[in-house]
Design a protein around this ligand. Structure first.
Ligand code: ADP
Ligand code: MG
Length: 458
C-alpha cells in the first residue's frame, strides 16, 4: 500500500533505505527520530504521510536558507500548498504567506516565530497531523546559548496532542534521543541507517602556521572541483576569498553578517556552478541540495564530530567519490576555544539573573526565554551539560588531528557506529586518491594599454 502511494505521489518505484520504516511509524502515530544520511530522502518521510493523512504538517526549520531551499524544491515538484515565513522576507511576502498559511499542507516556520506571543495562539488553531523537527541535531548541537527557543519546543508540541512528532537528522550523537524526549516530554522510536558516507574520503594535514596553509590551499584548489572551504572566523572568510580571487578563481563568501540577499546570491551562484569555490562559516550549507560538491576543506577544524560529519556530508550527494580535508595549525586551538566558550552562560550568570542582577543583554535575554519554562536549577543544569558536551566534542577533534588509525572509525565511534573496511577511506589507511576536477580560472586580468586600444578600436 505504501509503495502504491509512493508511486502515486512521487513517481518513485521503491523507497530508499529507512524511509518506509519512518513513514510507517508516523502513520502509526509513533513519535520518531529518523537518522538517515544526507541526500537519502528525509523530506519524503514527512511529505508522503502528509499526502496520505490529508492533514497539514508543520515543519520547524532552523535556517532561512534551508526553508528557502525546501520550499523551492517542493514548488518545483508542483506542490503549491506550501507556505513559510522568515525574517529575510519583505513585508508583502510575509503578508502573502500569512494569508496562505492556514490553508497550506506544508507550513515551514522557525521556533522563534511560532513561540512569539502574537503567533502561538492562531498557530494552535491549525489542525496539524504532524510536526517535523528538521535538522533535529540543532536541538542540542548549537546549544541553548545560541537558540534558546529550541529548548522550548515542548511548548509547541504539547499544544498539538494529536500530532505525531517526527525528528529528522543526518547526524545524531548518542544523547540526541534522550534530549529530544526530554524537550518534547514523550518517547521516541529511533529509525537509523548508516551515518557514514562512504564516498567521502577523509584526510587531515597539520601545518606550523597559516602561511603554510595558504600555500597548500592555493595549489590544492586547482583541482578540487566544486569546493566549500569552511572557516571559523568572518575575517578569515574575507581574507581567503581575496587570496583565492587573486589566484584567478571566482569565489564568494557566506557568513552570518551578510544580508539575506547577499547570502542568497552567493548560494545560487555556487549551486549553478557560476563560482567553483565558496568560503563560508558554518552558517552555510545545511540542506543545500547541490549534488556535485567534490571537496570540503576545513581551514579550521570544526568544534565537534557532529559539526564535522554535518559539514562534510554536503559533498558527494550524487554518490561520486569526494573528499574532505581538514587543516590545523597550533594557534587554531585558541580560536576554537573562544568560539565555544567565550559567551558561555555560567552558574553564576543564572544565579545573578534570578537575583535580579542586570547581565549583558544577550545573556539576559537567553536566560529570560528559558525561564519561561525552566527554574533556576534546571537552567543551570542545561548549561552545565551543554558545556561538558562542547568540551567533549572539542577533545575528540583534537584527537582527530593527531590520529594514526582509521579516521572514519574514530569519528563514527562518537555516534556509536562501527564501520566496515572500504576502498578510499582515509589518509591513514593510505587508500585515498586526490580528486582531480580542474577549477577554471576566470577572473578577468587587468588589460594593459595596448590591449585596451585593440579591444576598443579593432
Ligand atoms: P535529505 O533531506 O535526506 O538530505 P532530500 O529529502 O533532500 O534528502 O532528498 C534527496 C533527493 O532524493 C531528492 O531529490 C529526492 O527527490 C530524492 N528521493 C527521495 N526519496 C526517493 C526515492 N524513494 N527514490 C528516488 N529518489 C528519492
Ligand atoms: Mg533535508
Amino acid at each position: 500500500m505504501l509503495n502504491k502511494a509512493l508511486k502515486q505521489w512521487f513517481g518513485f518505484d521503491a523507497f530508499k533505505e529507512g524511509q518506509q520504516a519512518i513513514i510507517q511509524n508516523v502513520l502509526d502515530h509513533k513519535n520518531t527520530l529518523g537518522i538517515l544520511p544526507t541526500g537519502s530522502g528525509k523530506s519524503l518521510c514527512y511529505q508522503l504521510p502528509t499526502y496520505i493523512k490529508q492533514q497539514p504538517t508543520l515543519i520547524i526549520s532552523p535556517l532561512i536558507s534551508l526553508m528557502d531551499d525546501q520550499v523551492m524544491q517542493m514548488r518545483k515538484n508542483g506542490e503549491r500548498s506550501v507556505s513559510y515565513i522568515h525574517s529575510g522576507m519583505s513585508f508583502e511576502e510575509k503578508q502573502k504567506n500569512l494569508k496562505r498559511l492556514k490553508h497550506s499542507k506544508f507550513i515551514f516556520l522557525s521556533p522563534e516565530f511560532i513561540l512569539h506571543q502574537d503567533n502561538i495562539k492562531w498557530i494552535t488553531s491549525i489542525n496539524l497531523g504532524m510536526i517535523v523537527l528538521d535538522e533535529a541535531h540543532c536541538i542540542t548541537e548549537w546549544g541553548y546559548d545560541f537558540r534558546p527557543h529550541y529548548a522550548l519546543i515542548g511548548e509547541i508540541t504539547k499544544r498539538f496532542k494529536k500530532a505525531t512528532v517526527l525528528a529528522l537528522t543526518a547526524t545524531a550523537p548518542l544523547h540526541l534521543k534522550e534530549d529530544i524526549e526530554s524537550i518534547v516530554q514523550s518517547e521516541f522510536d529511533v529509525v537509523k541507517t548508516k551515518m557514514s558516507r562512504d564516498n567521502i574520503m577523509l584526510s587531515h594535514i597539520n601545518f606550523d602556521n597559516d602561511a603554510q596553509k595558504n600555500e597548500w590551499l592555493k595549489a590544492a584548489i586547482q583541482t578540487t572541483g566544486p569546493t566549500i572551504i569552511y572557516v571559523s572566523s568572518k575575517k578569515k572568510c574575507r581574507e581567503l576569498a581575496q587570496m583565492i580571487y587573486d589566484e584567478g578563481y571566482l569565489t564568494g563568501i557566506y557568513h552570518g553578517d551578510l544580508s539575506y540577499q547577499e547570502r542568497q546570491t552567493v548560494q545560487q551562484q555556487f549551486i549553478q556552478n557560476k563560482i567553483p569555490i565558496i568560503v563560508a562559516t558554518s552558517a552555510f550549507g545545511m540542506g543545500i541540495n547541490k549534488p556535485d560538491i567534490r571537496t570540503i576543506i576545513h581551514y579550521h577544524l570544526p568544534v565537534s564530530p557532529s559539526s564535522y560529519i554535518q559539514e562534510i556530508g554536503r559533498a558527494g550527494r550524487d554518490g561520486q567519490l569526494s573528499q574532505a580535508i581538514s587543516l590545523y595549525q597550533p594557534d587554531d586551538y585558541f580560536l576554537l576555544e573562544t568560539i565555544l566558550f567565550a559567551d558561555v552562560i555560567t552558574d553564576d550568570d543564572v544565579a545573578a539573573m534570578f537575583a535580579g542582577v542586570e547581565l549583558p543583554p544577550e545573556k539576559q535575554q537567553i536566560i529570560k526565554i528559558l525561564a519561561s519554562r525552566y527554574n533556576q536549577e534546571e537552567i543551570q543544569a542545561i548549561f552545565k551539560v551543554s558545556a561538558n558536551r562542547k568540551q567533549e566534542g572539542l577533545l575528540k577533534m583534537m584527537g582527530y588531528k593527531n590520529l594514526k588509525t582509521c579516521r572514519r572509525n574514530y569519528l563514527m565511534s562518537y555516534f556509536g557506529e562501527s564501520v566496515s573496511e572500504i576502498e578510499h577511506c582515509c589518509d591513514n589507511d593510505q587508500t585515498v586518491e586526490s580528486i582531480h576536477v580542474p577549477n577554471k580560472k576566470k577572473v578577468a586580468r587587468k588589460m594593459d594599454y595596448l590591449e585596451k586600444l585593440n579591444q576598443i578600436f579593432i
